[in-house]
Design a protein around this ligand. Structure first.
Ligand SMILES: Nc1ncnc2c1ncn2[C@@H]1O[C@H](COP(=O)(O)OP(=O)(O)OP(=O)(O)O)[C@@H](O)[C@H]1O
Ligand SMILES: CC(=O)N[C@H]1[C@@H]2OC[C@@H](O2)[C@@H](O)[C@@H]1O[C@H](C)C(=O)O
Length: 363
């Protein structure tokens, strides 16, 4: 099957779209991929919906801003598909995997809100759209996240990675998929990823993110602050666990100068990854770490990770498309969904058993 997968992540940078060829088990090929950035006004609408989601915490009537946010999500996804499908090697797609825009994630209440209109998308694109991929897992008592692990496993097969190997996605939130020597999967959200760094840079009027890690490179890590941040019980919790993008507050670095604050938050992201090794089950030194997501573009973060973890590679050095692995994952999950294959597992989301999931919308 040739499937178009979408992801618009918690960083609110834009919509990733990627075409994947898969039978729902293996990866057989890749079509083109692109990222369509949100415009400033589109981002403002999505930020408003996110703020309203957090303020209502999922209680009471649906915030009015959700409808406008869904229009934005729809428009950008349709535009992304048109651009992608106009590329000469795009071919014809048979199916779409649509994540939607997460505005709130409260797994302990079996709640995770992704905005979007999959039915309208199916009409606009003229192919079936698989969405609501987190809901069955949540309803069964799983975390509803992360869902990419089964794709990471397929990608590791495709790339011929020796085990044990760990995929570390550093987006707005960081998540890990550990593939043990025997092929078993353990996965969870690790910590803050780039989210707090982005928030700092934006709050201080220094851009949208710490481009090239330049700010962090000029600063000094405040170890006391990192220690205080690492005191959160989240980091010693074992088993399946997942985060909302706004679960960690920015206040801890309020008293620090810009560069020191950026360096400290970068070190916090890395400290959370280091702490997660205690839950991976095999000797820490044996793991090969494959880093994907936007954080791998930050050389300060990559250097800190390499120093702490040992064998660390960017996904791209293994022939993978590190900016599109999540979009490819949702293509893969859509294919699994229509084939009735499981998309989440006790070791990845804490679901009681291997779970199928996703709803197919035909428009
Ligand atoms: N050149 C760069 N230098 C430093 N940081 C970068 C660079 N490019 C991207 N990033 C970081 O990566 C982030 C985007 O990462 P990504 O697209 O993987 O996140 P996401 O998919 O939105 O989040 P999530 O995976 O949590 O849903 C940016 O907000 C920024 O913090
Ligand atoms: C609720 C939600 O949207 N979570 C995202 C977020 O971004 C990274 C991390 O937190 C991960 O748990 C998840 O996305 C990826 C694609 C996943 O489900 O695997």
């Amino acid at each position: 099957m040739r499937v178009l997968g979408y992801m618009s992540g918690t960083s609110l940078d834009g919509v990733d779209a990627a075409i994947l060829e898969t039978d729902g088990a293996g990866v057989t090929g890749f079509g083109p991929a692109l990222m369509l950035p949100f415009g400033a006004e589109e981002r403002r609408v999505l930020e408003q919906a996110t703020e309203d989601a957090i303020a209502s915490d999922g209680h009471g009537p649906r915030p009015a801003s959700f409808a406008e946010a869904e229009r934005v999500i729809h428009d950008v996804h349709v535009r992304a598909a048109r651009e992608l499908l106009a590329q000469p090697d795009a071919g014809t797609i048979e199916l779409v995997g649509f994540h939607g825009q997460t505005v709130l994630h409260r797994p302990e209440r079996r709640l995770s809100i992704q905005l979007g209109d999959p039915d309208a998308l199916a009409v606009a694109l003229g192919v079936p759209v698989v969405a609501d991929l987190r809901q069955a897992d949540l309803a069964a008592g799983g975390q509803g996240a992360p869902l990419a692990p089964i794709y990471h496993a397929a990608l590791a097969e495709w790339a011929g990675c020796a085990r044990p190997v760990a995929f570390l996605n550093i987006g707005g939130v960081a998540n890990v998929t550990a593939i043990a020597r025997d092929g078993s999967l353990a996965a969870f959200d690790v910590g803050p990823g780039n989210g707090l760094i982005d928030q700092l840079v934006q709050a201080r009027g220094l851009g949208r993110y710490d481009e090239g890690g330049r700010l962090a490179a000029a600063g000094t890590v405040d170890r006391g602050v990192v220690e205080r941040l690492m005191a959160s019980p989240y980091f010693t919790r074992t088993g399946a666990k997942s985060l909302d993008r706004y679960d960690f507050p920015l206040d801890a670095v309020a008293g620090l100068a810009d560069a020191d604050a950026a360096a400290t938050l970068t070190a916090f992201t890395v400290a959370a990854v280091v702490a997660c090794r205690a839950q991976l089950g095999e000797a820490s030194a044996d793991w090969h770490w494959i880093v994907c997501g936007g954080g791998r573009h930050n050389p300060v973060m990559m250097a800190m990770l390499a120093e702490a973890l040992g064998r660390v590679d960017s996904s791209d050095t293994l022939g993978m498309r590190g900016d599109f692995i999540e979009a490819e994952a949702f293509a893969y999950l859509a294919a699994r969904s229509v084939r009735g294959l499981a998309i989440s597992f006790p070791g990845t989301t804490g679901a009681p058993e291997a779970m199928t999931g996703g709803v197919t919308y035909r428009g």
